[in-house]
Design a protein around this ligand. Sequence first.
Ligand SMILES: *Cc1c(COP(=O)(O)O)cnc(C)c1O
Length: 344
Amino acid sequence: MATGRLSIDLSAIVANWQALSALARVDSAPVVKADAYGLGIAPVARALANAGARTFFVAYAEEGQALRRALGPGPQINVLSGHMDGDARAIGEASLTPMLNSVDQLMRHLESLPGQPFGIQLDTGMNRLGMEWSEWAAVAEIALAQAPVLLMSHLACADEADHPMNAYQLDLFRQMTDGLNVPRSLAATGGILLGPDYHFDLVRPGVGLFGGLPFEHARPVVRLDLPVIQFRDLQPGEVAGYGNTWQATRPSRLATVSAGYADGILRSASHKLTLWHGDTPIPAVGRVSMDLIIADVTDLAEDPQALTLLGPQQTVDQLAQAAGTIGYEVLTSLGPRYARSHVE
Ligand SMILES: *Cc1c(COP(=O)(O)O)cnc(C)c1O
């Protein structure tokens, strides 16, 4: 097998969902947008549904259709982009529940799919999606008469516990929804960790299920092993990789491994990347190229057959730091060339 082996631990995803649910003690609806953060929406959602998840979130109606095919009837599938122009058929056929983001979406939904359940997304300051207070005030009576299943909003700075934006958005969300007697949701993974004030009736964990954002009892989910294709022995002064950006300062043994930026190992991680052989860190050298990474295995007693890029020794967040990005982007960039397996 020449390509990397990407193993996705479904029991760890379920365990992370249970740990986050235990922290929140309210309904907990997995967010499986973008193919479950790149890890495979069908196997991931089936494992979570078997463990008891009854509500899921996706970004788009098309993702909701794929999820409905994977799960069958029963689970509630909420669509964060709401009811966009052209979505009525998908929403109707797959029994999706759009989170309506504007007066236009509300009117479109009530006209094209009367009686079909919906929620409302409110904008509490992130200025991305949802109805602003004035819009909401204008249509609240019409919307509430149709019994929305959820009023939700999203936090912009939940990964920074001390950020004043969190309390500001919490306060605004309460003012917009107190006393309306509709289930409410504000927290994604970061919001769950902010504490019970943020939990309301439903939480929406995404990245925390998949090994990002650390919390107590969080388990790593992905393991990525990259086979070595070739070894090279260098004399001091010899160079490696595009642009000659690395030079041997001692007699060195290099291993060329089978993944590159086309596989989601961001080129911005060049010169900062660490691979692992068991518990031994192995520095990558030179630039990450499209299909290949070069690693310095001089200090290993034996030639390795493969090196590990993601696993217990290096989480998605740690790899993200080397690349100057966030765990979310590392996960969703994991490429299509890996041999993928889902393990229980
Ligand atoms: C992506 C998303 C989530 C999940 O966020 P995580 O930080 O991955 O837990 C929840 N709610 C909304 C509106 C989102 O866009």
